[in-house]
Write a protein that binds this ligand. Structure first.
Ligand SMILES: O=C(O)c1cc(C(=O)O)c2c(n1)C(=O)C(=O)c1cc(C(=O)O)[nH]c1-2
Length: 229
């Protein structure tokens, strides 16, 4: 059996999975090219809400499963980022502002009436993964954020240039998320490199990141298909 990878080899193996990232999904390509209708944008935002809503819960699951105080201490910031330190603050609240900026009401996002079955299954599957797998595999799954800053920047630029009907208050989520994603993903990768030292652990980390790419891809498959029918 092959021995463990070096840190550089493991890092390369994870980064190579960028080719499976949802930045390359046909729906995101169309979104960036300006080819989405207001209905497409609203469907994307309302469905993506279901993913946003899961993020604090999956981060809490990681903390619950992790025996290391030094990891829990830093990971808890990710819950506060989304939930806010006080009511009316944080990423979820900013996502609801984005929803309003594209013409959705808060009520129709919060009651999840637009959430598609495929999105629900994919996101619930991700939450189940984080509740049942070793904490470091769920951390490895968060490595998709290594790929997100450039993608989110392109998205906001495309919105500014090609979707002038979106009210600019809607951009606040991404203005805050892009620098946070850079910081968070550097820490995420370091944790994976520090804690995945055997060949089995490293394979599990690569599998976890592949799984997360599948989750995100499945979300967009559902959003894309609903627009075609
Ligand atoms: O807009 C995006 O394309 C995008 C992608 C991802 C990602 O790659 O997982 C995240 C986010 N946004 C995001 O906003 C976010 O808070 C986030 C947390 C995580 C994670 O795995 O812990 N991914 C992402």
């Amino acid at each position: 059996m092959a021995g463990p990878l070096s840190r550089a080899e493991l890092s390369d193996a994870l980064l190579r999975l960028e080719k499976r990232y949802w930045a390359h999904h046909p729906f995101h390509l169309r979104l960036h090219e300006g080819g989405c209708s207001p209905a497409d944008l609203r469907r994307w935002v309302a469905n993506r809400w279901y993913y946003q809503k899961c993020l604090p819960q999956k981060n809490a699951a990681i903390i619950a499963a992790c025996p290391l105080p030094e990891v829990r201490r830093v990971w808890v910031d990710r819950i506060v980022f989304h939930d806010g330190a006080n009511p009316g603050e944080g990423g979820m609240e900013q996502w609801l502002s984005l929803a309003e900026a594209v013409g959705l009401s808060r009520a129709e996002v919060l009651d999840e009436r637009h959430v598609l079955p495929g999105v629900r299954f994919a996101v619930d599957g991700y939450l189940h993964f984080c509740r049942t797998k070793p904490w470091i595999e769920s951390v490895a799954a968060a490595c998709t954020e290594l790929f997100s800053p450039g993608h989110m920047t392109d998205r906001v630029n495309a919105w500014r240039e090609r979707y002038d009907w979106i009210r600019p208050e809607g951009f606040a989520y991404f203005d805050r998320r892009i620098p946070a994603a850079r910081e968070d993903s550097a820490l995420t990768l370091r944790l994976v490199l520090d804690h995945c030292v055997t060949a089995d652990q490293q394979e599990a980390a690569i599998r976890a990141l592949n799984f997360k790419c599948d989750v995100l891809w499945a979300v967009l498959d559902a959003v894309d298909y609903a627009g075609a029918s």
